[in-house]
Design a protein around this ligand. Structure first.
Ligand SMILES: [Cu+2]
Length: 124
């Protein structure tokens, strides 16, 4: 009986992890545009990226402010390959990364080990 309970608990844990990584609702947040025409969004870094999906417009400067609120080694680094970005994020500090999306598409950003994931959706 106990073995069955442990097995069920295991299955439930695996299902939860899968749900979290693949099916948890991801709300896209549009970067706000300043008077100067710069798009800007603050992303909280704590066990993941919030928001994890960012919408931006092509051809306009985009400022990503990573607000890291933890010191877990997992989120030490931010990688945005589309823009050639690999940066260290200091714990409990904000790190500003400026890019200009040159083309439309969906571009991932991840932690240094590709465990935490987010996406920049660039509209043409
Ligand atoms: Cu990681």
């Amino acid at each position: 009986m106990l073995e069955i309970l442990i097995l069920l608990a295991g299955i439930a844990a695996v299902a939860l992890v899968n749900w979290y990584f693949f099916m948890a609702p991801r709300t896209a947040v549009a970067a706000a545009t300043s008077a100067a025409g710069r798009q800007e969004v603050t992303i909280r870094v704590e066990g993941g990226y919030t928001p994890s999906v960012i919408r931006a417009k092509r051809g306009k400067p985009l400022r990503l402010i990573f607000d890291r609120r933890e010191k877990s080694p997992c989120s030490d680094e931010i990688v945005i390959s589309e823009f050639g970005v690999r940066r260290f994020l200091k714990p409990f500090e904000k790190t500003v990364i400026d890019v200009t999306p040159a083309q439309a598409g969906a571009f991932e950003f991840t932690c240094g080990m590709s465990m935490l994931r987010g996406q920049i959706q660039v509209e043409g």
